[in-house]
Design a protein around this ligand. Structure first.
Ligand code: HSE
Length: 300
């Protein structure tokens, strides 16, 4: 029996569209067991205890495993997979990235590791289409992902544990693939300057543990405004978060969840932001968490 624990992630961190992501202390667990023949899979929602009925063709763990077995020219058979899911699905918290990473790492372990970590990361990016969830899900911390002409390179920053996160999670879900389609194909130079200056500032915040500048450093002008149109009251909820003491607020991934950094009172921030969502007739809840610096854990 093989167990893989993988953290949730918040991608597009502030101005870091498709390039910055942070791992969170919320986890999905994946169990792999050899059986005589066939492929069995069960997905259990740990929050409700209920089994989820996800069609096989939509199960990303299976998709990722199939990719690795076919890449290594081996037969995909005789495996039982149990997925214990705690990370809310389709809320911008990287639950699909955990499935992809688990499938690849699980299949690679079952086959006695024919692929390197680098191969697996490249495959994970190819399946997900962007690196900013899968790399922090794998490695933990705040990850800067850079796609070079030689492939992926990344840098991990261990995040100070005095920085905490409150995640506002609305009841409705959004599909990341659809959310990519609403983005423009090109951007203005001024928007690019807006984002790259803030990305540099954000990195200085994390290297120096300087949380006072997060309010500027977490702004974005590449994707957030486009996606916010699908999230009623987004601007007002962000403002409410700052008023309640948040240090930096931004869309989590492609949304619809909203991430707020804090060091002192996350409960107050969470309650205020949930109440503001309610003003726009959207039910939501908040979850207090923190940055995970460990990434995936494999137990045999
Ligand atoms: N960078 C990705 C996107 C993250 O915005 O589409 C999705 O979680």
């Amino acid at each position: 029996m093989l167990r893989i624990r993988i953290p949730a992630t918040s991608a597009n961190l502030g101005p870091g569209f498709d390039s910055l992501g942070i791992a969170l202390k919320i986890y999905n667990d994946f169990y792999f067991k050899k059986i005589d023949r066939g492929i069995k899979v069960r997905v259990i929602d740990k929050n409700t205890g209920q089994e989820l009925n996800i069609p096989r063709e939509k199960n990303l763990t299976l998709t990722a495993m199939e990719r690795l077995f076919s890449r290594t020219d081996t037969e995909f058979d005789g495996i039982e997979i149990i997925e214990e899911v705690t990370i809310p699905l389709e809320r911008g918290l990287g639950s699909s990235a955990t499935a992809v990473v688990a499938g690849l790492v699980g299949a690679n372990k079952i086959l006695d590791e024919p692929l390197t970590e680098g191969d697996i990361l490249e495959l994970a990016i190819a399946i997900e289409g962007h690196p900013d969830n899968v790399i922090p899900a794998f490695k933990g911390g705040l990850i800067i992902s850079v796609m070079t002409d030689k492939g992926l390179m990344f840098k991990k920053i261990k995040v100070a544990q005095n920085l905490k996160i409150v995640m506002i999670i609305p009841e409705f879900s959004l599909d990341t693939k659809e959310l990519r389609k609403i983005l423009p194909g090109s951007v203005d130079l001024k928007d690019s300057i807006f984002n790259h200056s803030r990305t540099a500032l954000l990195m200085s915040c994390f290297y120096e543990n300087d949380w006072d500048n997060l309010i500027y450093a977490m702004e974005d002008s590449l994707h957030q405004n486009h996606r916010a149109k699908l999230i009623p009251g987004f601007k007002e909820i962000v403002q409410a978060g700052y008023k309640a003491g948040a240090l930096g607020v931004a869309l989590s991934g492609a949304g619809p969840s909203i991430l707020a950094f804090f060091t002192i009172d996350g409960k107050e921030i969470g309650q205020t932001m949930v109440e503001k969502f309610q003003d726009f007739e959207i039910k939501s809840r908040y979850l207090i968490t923190g940055p995970d610096n460990d990434g995936l854990i494999v137990e045999t």
